[in-house]
Structure formats: structure tokens, C-alpha cells
Design a protein around this ligand. Structure first.
Ligand code: FES
Ligand code: FES
Length: 184
């Protein structure tokens, strides 16, 4: 007797999910088809992840999922159930910019700023793994993210400068005996 094919999950089916975003736990009910970027922007009102191509190509919707960069435009919110998501809003401490953001500001690593949230998080992820990259490594690292304004050179300069600032911050924290924070 032929097997009966399993009926697909209706995309309108609702699921209760718990996602930690920027250190805060959120429990919500979402439809199967709810995209993570829409969940972040519309349900949690975190507008930092931008929506560009909506096809996983441009990278402006980049967020970190358990520390790894993902495209939130091609990720369903239900896939983030139980995960730790970091958005660009987590980088600054109130009005104090993250060293990487300061570097982007001072080195003109942005013009219109549309790609910037994704660039910042991609660079942040890269610097967690390699705090002292050379320009070629940075260039390769950000190759996953598109920018239509800067020509990339200023972004590479900004990431290298941000890396230097982060290393200096980590050294100062170690010298003062304060707990190391990756964000300062
Ligand atoms: S909007 Fe997600 S990759 Fe372009
Ligand atoms: S600064 Fe405009 S797209 Fe990158």
C-alpha cells in the first residue's frame, strides 16, 4: 500500500517561542511563516536589522544567533526558539558608542548607513574570533555584506581601527583587574 504523504505544516500555524534578544527573554506567539527580521522589527520594535534584498544576499539584516551571524530575512522566528539573538542595538551602552561604532564614525565607514548594522555585527563576530586581523582578512570577512556607498575601503579602515580600540580596551580592563567585557 503506498505511503500517505505527510501533510505540510500550515504556514499560518502558530507557535509559542522564547527568544533571548540582547540579554532579555521574550516569549511570543508567532506564525510558522513569521520571519525573524519581522519578529525583531515589528514585534520587539528593534529596528536595527534592516530589510534590503529579502533574499539572503545583501547582509543588511544580519544579526548574531548564539554568536554567529545569520540573515534574519531568511530565518523564521520559530528557528530562533531557545536561541540568543544579538542585534546592533546591543553594541552601544546607552549614549556611549561601542569602540567599533566609534571607529565607523571617525573613519567614515558609513555614508547612508543602510548596510551599517549588518557590517557592524559581521565585523564584531569576526573580531571575536580574530581580534587582530590584517586588511585582507577584514576584506574577506565583510565580503558577505554589500555596501552601495563607501567602496568598502573606509569600512575596512574602520574595522581595523575598531579592532585596535577593542584590543586597547581589553588590555586596559585586564591591567585594572576589572572583569573583561567583550563590548568595551
Ligand atoms: S535583507 Fe537579508 S540578506 Fe538582504
Ligand atoms: S553606507 Fe550606504 S549602503 Fe553602505
Amino acid at each position: 500500500m503506498p505511503e500517505t504523504p505527510m501533510s505540510p505544516t500550515p504556514m499560518s500555524q502558530r507557535h509559542r517561542i522564547t527568544v533571548t534578544v540582547n540579554g532579555q527573554s521574550h516569549e511570543r506567539e508567532v506564525e510558522s511563516r513569521r520571519l525573524l527580521v519581522d519578529f525583531l522589527r515589528d514585534d520587539l520594535h528593534l529596528k536595527g536589522a534592516h530589510i534590503g534584498c529579502e533574499h539572503g544576499v545583501c547582509g543588511t539584516c544580519t544579526v548574531l544567533c548564539n554568536g554567529e551571524s545569520i540573515r534574519s530575512c531568511i530565518t523564521f522566528a520559530v528557528q530562533a526558539d531557545g536561541a540568543e539573538i544579538t542585534t546592533v542595538e546591543a553594541l552601544a551602552s546607552g549614549a556611549v558608542l561601542h569602540p567599533l561604532q566609534e571607529a565607523f564614525w571617525e573613519k567614515q565607514g558609513l555614508q547612508c548607513g543602510f548596510c551599517t548594522p549588518g557590517m557592524l555585527l559581521r565585523a564584531y563576530e569576526m573580531l571575536q574570533r580574530d581580534p587582530d586581523p590584517d586588511a585582507a582578512t577584514v576584506r574577506e570577512g565583510i565580503a558577505s555584506n554589500l555596501c552601495r556607498c563607501t567602496g568598502y575601503q573606509f569600512i575596512v579602515d574602520a574595522v581595523l581601527d575598531g579592532a585596535e580600540r577593542m584590543r586597547a580596551g581589553a588590555s586596559a580592563a585586564a591591567a585594572s583587574g576589572s572583569a573583561e567585557t567583550v563590548d568595551s
